[in-house]
Design a protein around this ligand. Structure first.
Ligand SMILES: [Zn+2]
Length: 155
């Protein structure tokens, strides 16, 4: 357990739909996801990060690497029967004004706040560990799906 942790927050806009949910999130809609990543590790004793757990700018970079792929896109589970036709239409390279414009992300999991916290937290953890040569790691990742609802993955 780290004595000190640091936290960076980053927001993205993303849509989703949940195949099995018998509530409003069954229907395609969007959220402003506010994501908080908490990083722990021994405080650095030398170099430009002396006195820091990790440079917060790097955590922002790692979060942008991972979360940027989802920003202004739409997540739907690959096994959701609505997903494939949606992907065929909106990811069709012949029907895009610029390359890479397709915006439907087919996930292998239901894109709930809980699953996103785990998947995004794990991916960011890999980058944080590599960058710090194993000195630092993600302690938790919290995904705020609404102002009043959030899910937290603890590593
Ligand atoms: Zn939702």
């Amino acid at each position: 357990m780290s004595e000190v942790t640091i936290t960076r927050r980053l927001g993205i806009d993303c849509g989703h739909a949940l195949r099995d949910h018998l509530g409003q999130c069954h229907r395609p809609h969007g959220h402003r996801y506010e994501v908080e990543v908490e990083v722990g590790g021994d405080i650095s004793t030398g170099g430009s990060e002396r006195g820091m757990v990790m440079d917060l700018a790097f955590i922002k970079e790692a979060m942008r690497d991972v979360l940027g792929k989802y920003d202004h896109r739409f997540m739907i589970e690959s096994r959701d029967p609505r997903g494939i036709p949606m992907s065929d239409v909106f990811n069709d390279p012949d029907d895009q004004p610029v390359p890479g414009w397709g915006f439907v992300i087919l996930t292998e999991f239901p894109p709930t706040a809980e699953m996103l916290a785990r998947v995004w937290g794990s991916l960011i953890d890999t980058e944080v560990r590599e960058r710090s040569d194993g000195r630092c790691s993600v302690v938790s990742c919290t995904v705020h799906e609404t102002p009043n609802g959030r899910a937290t993955w603890r590593a």
